[in-house]
Design a protein around this ligand. Structure first.
Ligand code: SAH
Length: 213
């Protein structure tokens, strides 16, 4: 998958994308990430892209034109591209949405807002999904883009060790244990549930199913 990110802060992505499974996915070219900074697309000689909102109110708004040009650059001549506009009032991002992205799209564009958001006319120029990652307000869409990239990347075949690691393919529990069998901490013992040490796969599945989210 190719992720195209329209953001004022491309540098905010590097530490997370440079770590663990996402870093390996980049190395193996399972994913590619491209950045488009609206500042590079503004006519303003000071590269300023935020202005006061019409109608008054606090904060600043990202201007439409620079964002539209950045999206146009990311889109190129491609026809089949999913464009995602981040907003706290958008539709809630889910596993099902991620699965659909992986199955149907190679190119995804994320439009990351900042401050009070992006001029709403951007959504009139390009058809796009309005997506929220949860019922809270972030300072920008960058974390939302990382959340979607993380969730979708682990669903691309060949990215995580075994396909069975995907929750949907097995009975997954939110309570997991590893060595040692008995943990001693401040005079107390903490044991691994007996059933997990039993080797009895049917009973283990039953136990896990009870703890499934
Ligand atoms: N007053 C604005 C707040 C903007 S927050 C409003 O109600 O829309 C700044 C930017 O952060 C948004 O434009 C959006 O891109 C991003 N953002 C904030 N909360 C988010 C959430 N829950 N999910 C996805 N993006 C979010």
């Amino acid at each position: 998958m190719h992720f195209h990110i329209v953001t004022l802060f491309p540098e905010s992505f590097s530490s997370y994308l440079g770590t663990s499974i996402l870093s390996r996915a980049l190395e193996k070219k399972k994913i590619k990430v491209f950045y488009y900074n609206p500042r590079d697309f503004t006519a303003d000689k000071h590269r300023r892209v935020d202005h006061r909102p019409y109608g008054g109110g606090p904060g600043m708004v990202l201007e439409a034109e620079a964002v539209i040009k950045a999206i146009a650059k990311a889109k190129g001549r491609r026809k089949k591209v999913k464009i995602i506009f981040f907003s706290p009032t958008g539709g809630l991002f889910t596993n099902t949405y991620a699965e659909n992205l992986v199955k149907k799209y190679t190119h995804v564009i994320f439009v990351c807002g900042r401050y009070e958001g992006v001029d709403a006319r951007v959504k009139k120029v390009f058809p796009m999904d309005d997506i929220s990652i949860g019922p809270y307000i972030l300072t920008g869409g960058e974390l939302a883009a990382l959340v979607i990239m993380d969730t979708t990347t682990r669903r691309i075949p060949g990215v995580i060790g075994t396909y069975e690691s995907l929750e949907e393919e097995r009975i997954a529990s939110s309570d997991v244990y590893t060595r040692p069998e008995i943990l001693f901490y401040k005079g107390k013992k903490y044991k691994v549930p007996k059933v997990l040490l039993s080797g009895h796969h049917k009973n283990i599945d039953v136990w896990r199913a009870k703890r499934e989210k």
